[in-house]
Write a protein that binds this ligand. Structure first.
Ligand code: PMP
Length: 388
């Protein structure tokens, strides 16, 4: 072939910075990985059984484009009971292939070329590429450890322009674990209303919160009509491999996203949808048990990091600690690479999550307490060696 057939955007898209460390770690023995962003729990048995039963009974065809109505009804109950927001199962809920696809169709449904979307860094690595692939322009705003990585309304006002269409808000946050409380969400909402902006609220970690009651953005007065709520089963219900998420949004937005979903995907996998119905009906006690375990691990890792000289705020949710490594004098890439090579512990350098992620590392505590203890022992040794 003489011609370059690749689109400009595909050529320019950078591979994820997280992948590089997985690949390095995969070639090594005895690595403790604090790198992956997924639960170490297996999906609860009753949930797996529901999928098996559906297959035994021969339910192997497409569902409705938006997902089985029974699942959308369960999602509507869940959103009402758990988060106090009412959505119509028939017109305001779409079952998607993970929260990942939800982000994709949300961006494609709202962006015209050149429209700006505000991304709060440190940020989940998919947002900016998804905005760009939809023809939009990501505009970054930074949060810092001094403020527990929480965004201040004044910071948003500084970057809002005529072209701003939406803000993406991820709370609890990947990679910082930071979570906005009700008052902070109300302040945030005022800005969205003042400038008439949409908010894409990625609440995939809403189940994994440890200190405060969770407030969902659309439950804040006036926000439901301007929020595209994204969530899913991967994190809270330990179902990453099932690839199931959902979107809740006002009917006009939902129907636009559904058109894209219908052409691009048709429907989410049906066996996973049967599993999700069971997860929402009967999975509460399993989720509660997992949350208890994550809380124990969070408390341990945050205390241990602070003890070994890595300042770490206590994350309110998700399963990531984001300690500062500035005291070591290394960049986050250097720290992660040397820690992996010298002590076989895999973490993710903070710079892959944006400018203000530099000086930090992301450590997932979705791994056993024993593994965490061994990782801390190795990291302590590594830091002592650096200081010697
Ligand atoms: N949003 C955030 C903030 C995430 O951390 C992840 C997974 N790492 C996703 C979305 C995608 O999740 P899913 O498995 O549902 O596609």
């Amino acid at each position: 072939m003489n011609k370059n057939y690749l689109s400009k955007i595909a050529q320019e898209l950078k591979p994820s910075g997280i992948r590089k460390f997985f690949d390095l770690a995969a070639g090594m023995e005895g690595v403790i990985s604090l790198g992956v962003g997924e639960p170490d729990f297996v999906t609860p048995w009753s949930v797996r059984e529901a999928a098996i039963l559906s297959m035994e009974q021969g339910y192997t065809s497409y569902s409705a484009n938006a997902g089985f109505l029974e699942l959308r009804e369960e999602i509507a109950h869940y959103m009402k009971n758990q988060f106090d927001v009412a959505y119509s199962p028939s017109s305001e809920i779409i079952v998607t292939v993970g929260a990942s696809q939800a982000i994709d169709i949300a961006m494609r449904a709202i962006l015209d070329p050149g429209d700006e979307v505000i991304i709060i860094e440190p940020s989940y690595v998919s947002y900016a590429p998804m905005v760009e692939l939809a023809g939009g322009v990501p505009v970054f705003v930074q949060t810092f450890k001094e403020n527990d990585f929480k965004i201040l309304p004044s910071q948003l006002e500084e970057v809002i322009t005529e072209k701003t269409k939406a803000i993406i808000l991820c709370s609890p946050n990947n990679p910082t674990g930071s979570m906005l409380n009700k008052k902070e969400l109300e302040d945030f909402a005022q800005i969205a209303e003042k400038y008439d902006l949409l908010v894409v609220a990625d609440e995939i970690y809403a189940e994994l919160v440890y200190d405060e009651v969770y407030t969902s953005l659309p439950s804040i007065h006036g926000m439901k009509e301007r929020t595209i709520l994204i969530s899913g089963f991967s994190k809270g219900f330990a179902m990453t491999g099932w690839r199931l998420g959902f979107i809740c949004a006002p009917v006009e937005l939902s129907q636009a996203m559904l058109k894209i979903h219908q052409y691009a995907i048709m429907c989410a996998p049906t066996m996973a949808q049967f599993a999700a119905i069971e997860a929402l009906k009967n999975g509460r006690s399993d989720v509660d048990e997992m949350v208890k375990s994550y809380r124990r691990r969070r408390n341990y890792i945050v205390q241990s990091f602070n003890e070994i000289g890595l300042t770490c705020h206590s994350p309110g949710g998700a399963f990531y600690a984001f300690p500062s490594i500035e005291s070591t004098g290394l960049s986050s890439e250097q720290f992660a690479e040397r820690l992996l090579m010298e002590e076989a512990v895999a973490v993710v350098p903070g710079n892959v999550f944006g400018e203000s992620g530099e000086g930090h590392i992301r450590c997932s505590y979705a791994t056993s307490l024993e593994q965490l203890q061994e990782a801390v022992k190795r990291m302590k040794r590594f830091i002592e060696k650096l200081e010697a």
